[in-house]
Ligand binder design. Structure first.
Ligand SMILES: Nc1ncnc2c1ncn2[C@@H]1O[C@H](COP(=O)(O)OP(=O)(O)OP(=O)(O)O)[C@@H](O)[C@H]1O
Length: 310
């Protein structure tokens, strides 16, 4: 077990930012902490790192109690914060060298690891640049290189792709996969559900300081009743026809948006066939049909009643 959080409570005066949170992360996982703004992701990370004092509960990392003085644990952690934290006075190379040398004594080894980190984030062409000359995406990559150069066993990334161009975003996501393949356990916080779907082996969905659901993406989608979302292009459909569709077994919700009928249905066989039979029977012409499986946003919507991106 790399992370074990037991009954964690963190208050900011009257606000309960973390509300009796339990979390277990095994070695080798890419663990996604997904939640809307203000749900408590950063506070959880800051408590894990002993950067914040908490009111109740316990935190163990690598099987040992984590405290502000746990230097033996800290050397095995790499953190990449949402806000880029590098030195403006140092070049790309010097920044990475500096952060790596905080953990590693041997200068040759620091040099080797610095060069490896530069390659890892593909900043070879920018080693002599100062941070202010880098684009937002390149700066994020530098931030990541500074956090991982010392080869930590646990890498924590707090929303590393916010406001990043697509090329850098892909580089970052590929890099995280590679770190994991090389043996690191990853904690990844984000409010972009596509990223966790693509990247994470297990996901916890947070809201209001609580983990409201956790599991693989398949397990999370199994937890909800929504089975599929069907969109049908229709012409000349009347309100009474829509009411009839609402009455079909498994249909949860029907909405008409311009020429599109948007239908949500529970898991069940032949849902689409039953809908199309009804349309044909009532002589309603239809065009294209699309079906979609539930997303993590649907999981969040069904459990909390609101969109992940509120
Ligand atoms: N220093 C602070 N003082 C008071 N309240 C705070 C402080 N830091 C965070 N909060 C509040 O605690 C709650 C959790 O915030 P947190 O930053 O952990 O959420 P988050 O999920 O990381 O959000 P984001 O995606 O915006 O970073 C929010 O309601 C936030 O306003």
């Amino acid at each position: 077990m790399v992370v074990k959080v037991n009954n964690l409570v963190k208050r900011y005066e009257d606000l309960v930012a973390i509300d009796h949170l339990n979390l277990e992360i095994q070695e080798g996982e890419i663990f996604g902490l997904l939640g809307p703004n203000g749900s408590g992701k950063s506070t959880t990370i800051n408590c894990l790192l002993s950067l914040l004092k908490y009111d109740k509960g316990s935190i163990e990392l690598f099987g040992k109690k984590m405290t502000p003085e746990s230097y033996d644990i800290k050397k095995d952690i790499g953190v990449i914060f949402q806000n880029v934290a590098v030195f403006e006075e140092l070049t790309v190379y010097e920044n990475i060298y500096y952060f790596c040398s905080l953990y590693i004594k041997d200068k040759k080894e620091v040099k080797r690891l610095t060069e490896e980190a530069i390659q890892f984030v593909s900043l070879e062409d920018y080693v002599k640049f100062y941070p202010k000359k880098l684009s937002g995406g390149l700066l994020r990559r530098l931030n990541i290189a500074c956090g991982i150069a010392h080869k930590p066993k646990l890498v924590i990334l707090d929303e590393p792709t916010v406001a990043v161009d697509p090329q850098s975003r892909n580089k970052i996501l590929e890099g995280i996969k590679q770190l994991n393949e090389e043996g690191a356990t990853i904690i990844y916080t984000t409010h972009y559900m596509e990223e966790v779907e693509q990247l994470c082996s297990r996901i916890a969905i947070m809201d209001k300081g609580k983990i409201i659901a956790a599991g693989t993406k398949e397990e999370l989608k199994e937890m909800i009743s929504l089975g599929e979302k069907i969109s049908i292009e229709v012409y000349d459909i009347k309100e009474e026809d829509i009411d009839q569709i609402r009455g079909i077994a498994n249909v949860i919700d029907v909405k008409k948006e311009e020429n599109l009928l948007r239908i949500k249905s529970n898991k069940g066989r032949n849902n689409l066939i039953h809908i199309l039979e009804l349309l044909k029977g009532r002589e309603i012409h239809f065009g294209q049909i699309f079906t979609e499986l539930p997303t993590l946003n649907d999981v969040f919507l069904e459990i909390t009643g609101k969109e992940l991106r509120d």
